[in-house]
Design a protein around this ligand. Sequence first.
Ligand code: CUA
Length: 337
Amino acid sequence: MRRGSIVQLVALGVVIGAAATIVALFVPWLPPNASEERDGIDLVFWFTTAISIGIVALVFAVIGYSVVKFRVRPDDDSDGPPIHGHTGIEILWTAIPAVLVTAISVISGIVLVENDRAASGHLNVDVIARQFAWSFVYPEQGNLTSAKLYLPLGRSAELHLQALDVIHSFWVPEFGQKQDAVPGQDTKIVVTPTKVGTYPVICTELCGLGHALMRTTAIVMKPNAFAAWAKQQKQALHAPPGQAGKAVFASNGCASCHTLQAAGATGKVGPDLDKLPAYAEQAGKPLEDFVRESIVDPNAYVQPGFNPNVMPPFSSLPKDQLDSLVQFLVSSSKAGS
Ligand code: CUA
């Protein structure tokens, strides 16, 4: 190969590499960064991106150069030269990817171990995933439950994931890392929020019919606002039965699948709860018994037109919360129908 060709090839590679770098740097392809853990995740993204830019520059330059320089003349009907194996090149194109992939795994491993370490004095939150709703339990705040993830700014939170039915996956893009929730297995993820705001919580594991709807929000608040929220939530759960039932309805994510006017819920995956009295009649059961049974054993009677095994049994609800929820559903569906 002549020296002039190498210079041309390298120049082409530099131009392509520069173009790819501009795209990577100036097209915003990462969500805003709202947690300490995101720094490590971004480092892995950028490390991999840099490697990809290098490879794209090399491959595109060689292809572009070859297409221009070695294309056949219109009158050339001869075969190309027969080329067999080249041990040197084969070793090279095996060794380079092996080194790059190993480097990516080492960096990823270090970041994951670092991110898994919760600072002392961290908050614990139990994240419960079920088809198709998230709920969050705060053991240090009197086991209060919420359908949204509230987190105090600047304090590490260790999220303990549990799946009640199938595999789900917890992801807040602004926090960076994803973590699977696997039935029968305890997985965790640490989040240290760095920005007050509201972020989407997304299920990123195909988990059934309502997978795309299995979303809620994470709300990062100043520490004193978080304490005030926790206090107010605890009061709501011990309010008179009607209001407590509404809080239980909200905190268990019922609204993601059901419609109920009294709760401002418009979910469409499951039956319309404003029609409970009519459904109870079809099932041939007294309304209150029917509602209670449908919460703890949803497959005992499945309303025609809906799929069985979609709603998980809420049999682990504490008795007082179940009672308030039943009362709330009975009274508000009577009013709504
Ligand atoms: Cu849960 Cu997808």
